[in-house]
Design a binder for this molecule. Structure first.
Ligand SMILES: O=C(O)c1ccccc1NCC(=O)[C@H](O)[C@H](O)COP(=O)(O)O
Length: 209
């Protein structure tokens, strides 16, 4: 019996997409505070997205090697539940904000994921994403799931190129605690599609039957 993983949709920019995510049963949404991303949101946009959510849908604020002041500015302005560090942040840096956080890692051959997870033992989960040279994330690329060790000391959040077509197989193979998707439920970067989100969620549930 496969336990149904939690679902996070990342890279929202619009209130209507937040509303759709909540309506369809998404557990968490991600807001990208990385200026180089096409899905980057301003504080004002972020507040509008969060305001469209009912209680009990978590808000994750995503950064890539930010200055501490940038994180503090978001925390002061937007009600977020969790941070996500998607760059080369050290464990000490991630812990400094005294908030629950996810650590993202871009999986590639030769990377010792057990060692990486051990160093980031303070994280609430390890988000495993694809490695695409020169791109920090949100690439729509998958990675070789066989590179994942059979057991990690942190909850595994599977990410990278997931979509309604491959998510059932991905869950059956990897058995993650959660799945994270961005490109696979979009019509354009930062523009989510309710039908694709619904199909993705259906694919997640199909893994358990
Ligand atoms: O989404 C972005 O534009 C982004 C930019 C820089 C760093 C991270 C970014 N997104 C992180 C996410 O959590 C994505 O959901 C994850 O990379 C998977 O994206 P995708 O392969 O498009 O589903």
């Amino acid at each position: 019996m496969i336990e149904t993983p939690r679902i996070k949709v990342c890279g929202l920019t619009r209130a209507q997409d937040a509303h759709d995510c909540a309506r369809l049963g998404v557990d968490a949404i991600g807001l990208v505070f990385y200026p180089d991303s096409p899905r980057h949101v301003t504080l004002e946009q972020a507040r509008a997205v969060v305001a469209a959510l009912p209680p009990f849908v978590s808000v994750v604020a995503l950064f890539v090697d930010p200055a501490p002041a940038q994180v503090e500015a978001v925390l002061a302005a937007v009600p977020v539940d969790m941070l996500q560090f998607h760059g080369d942040e050290s464990p000490d840096f991630c812990r400094a904000f005294q908030r629950p956080y996810l650590k993202a890692v871009r999986v590639r051959p030769g990377l010792d994921l057990l060692d990486y997870a051990g160093r980031h033992a303070g994280a609430r989960g390890l988000l495993c994403d694809a490695f695409v040279p020169g791109q920090a994330g949100g690439t729509g690329a998958t990675f070789d799931w066989r590179l994942l060790p059979p057991a990690l000391p942190l909850p595994l959040i599977l990410s990278g190129g997931l979509d309604p077509e491959n998510v059932t197989d991905a869950i059956r193979r990897v058995r993650p605690a959660a799945v994270d998707v961005s490109s696979g439920v979009e019509t354009a970067k930062g523009i989510k599609d309710a039908a694709k989100i619904a199909a993705f969620i259906s694919g997640v549930h199909d893994a358990s039957v």
